[in-house]
Design a protein around this ligand. Structure first.
Ligand SMILES: Nc1ncnc2c1ncn2[C@@H]1O[C@H](COP(=O)(O)OP(=O)(O)OP(=O)(O)O)[C@@H](O)[C@H]1O
Length: 295
């Protein structure tokens, strides 16, 4: 996508939801789209779904422009929306057949059965969608987005409000889809989820790209590993490392790499202090997120 911008006008006021968004996602990537509430993630997904008309900019998938090649474009992408909306009178199976029809796929039953199997919905296929539990409805939404085997799958908060067991199953399912060659865009408020799954992330803030990086690079750049320990005596004032005293009396220090940690331990030994209850904390995406969105 290149130069995408979108403003909404409400009550005579202009709200810029997206400002000059430009980035590309490589085929086969597992890409995280992150950002606080109101950052513009849903608007961007709306542009991909063509439910939001951008003021300017271009967007294409595998060389198909959203306007010039809409028929091919829509075959390239499957979107799992955040909100659950179904035709209440249809069964799970009918819902998926209807969606197949939308893509002009008449003979799609074999693939629908496979999807139902892998999403553990086979025994629900005749049930009305509205009678399913929230987690099951979410799985039907995923099946619906996959009926046409799109190379790009966009998942807008697919695990919001689902229990831990199902969340893990969905993670495995997404990883499997990615292994099979599907490119995935995932938006989530669970940063642990993004950290675990996404190879690259874009962080949107106030409608702009605030960071766009390999997840591991971002972790290295913005957040440090941390060591927490207790001491039997206070640290001397001229101690060469900056340690923060926590409310529980423990000390915490950020460090980069094992060499710096080794030097800290040696410095403690040099002043006859022995760290107790030493705990190492890994850098995490939550810290990166807070730091960037705060700035
Ligand atoms: N249809 C609309 N009319 C007016 N303003 C809108 C509309 N859709 C979005 N906005 C505004 O655009 C901005 C971006 O909203 P968007 O829903 O894209 O954010 P988001 O990152 O998806 O947030 P969340 O994490 O809460 O889902 C917000 O300020 C929002 O109020």
């Amino acid at each position: 996508m290149k130069g995408l911008s979108k403003s909404f006008h409400q009550g005579g006021r202009e709200k810029k939801a997206l400002t000059d968004i430009s980035f590309s996602i490589e085929q086969g990537d597992f890409f995280g789209l992150l950002g606080p509430n109101g950052a513009g993630k849903s608007t961007l997904i709306g542009v991909l779904a063509k439910t939001v008309n951008p003021d300017c900019g271009e967007i294409s998938i595998l060389g198909n422009d959203i306007n010039r090649d809409w028929r091919n474009f829509k075959m390239c992408v499957g979107i799992v929306p955040q909100e659950i909306t179904f035709d209440p009178f249809l069964s799970v199976y009918e819902t998926l057949r209807l969606q197949s029809g939308y893509f002009g796929l008449r003979d799609n039953n074999k693939w629908i059965d496979e999807l139902l199997e892998v999403l553990d919905l086979s025994d629900k296929k005749k049930d009305s969608v509205m009678r399913l539990s929230g987690g099951m409805k979410r799985r039907v939404l995923i099946a619906q987005a996959l009926v046409h085997r799109p190379p790009l799958i966009v998942l807008d908060e697919p695990t919001a409000g689902v229990d831990i067991a199902l969340r893990h199953r969905l993670w495995e399912f997404m990883e499997d889809l990615n292994r099979k060659g599907h490119t995935i865009i995932l938006t989530t408020h669970y940063l642990e989820e993004a950290e675990r799954l996404c190879r690259r992330v874009a962080l949107l803030n106030h409608g702009q790209v605030a960071a766009l990086e390999d997840t591991q690079v971002l972790l290295k750049e913005y957040s440090k590993d941390r060591v927490i320990f207790a001491l039997s005596a206070p640290l001397p004032k001229d101690f060469p490392f900056r340690c923060e005293k926590l409310p529980n009396g423990f000390y915490s220090m950020s460090y980069s790499g094992p060499e710096e940690l080794r030097r800290l331990l040696e410095a403690l030994e040099a002043v006859d202090l022995k760290p107790e209850g030493l705990e190492l904390g890994k850098a995490n995406l939550e810290e990166v997120f807070l730091r960037i969105t705060d700035e």
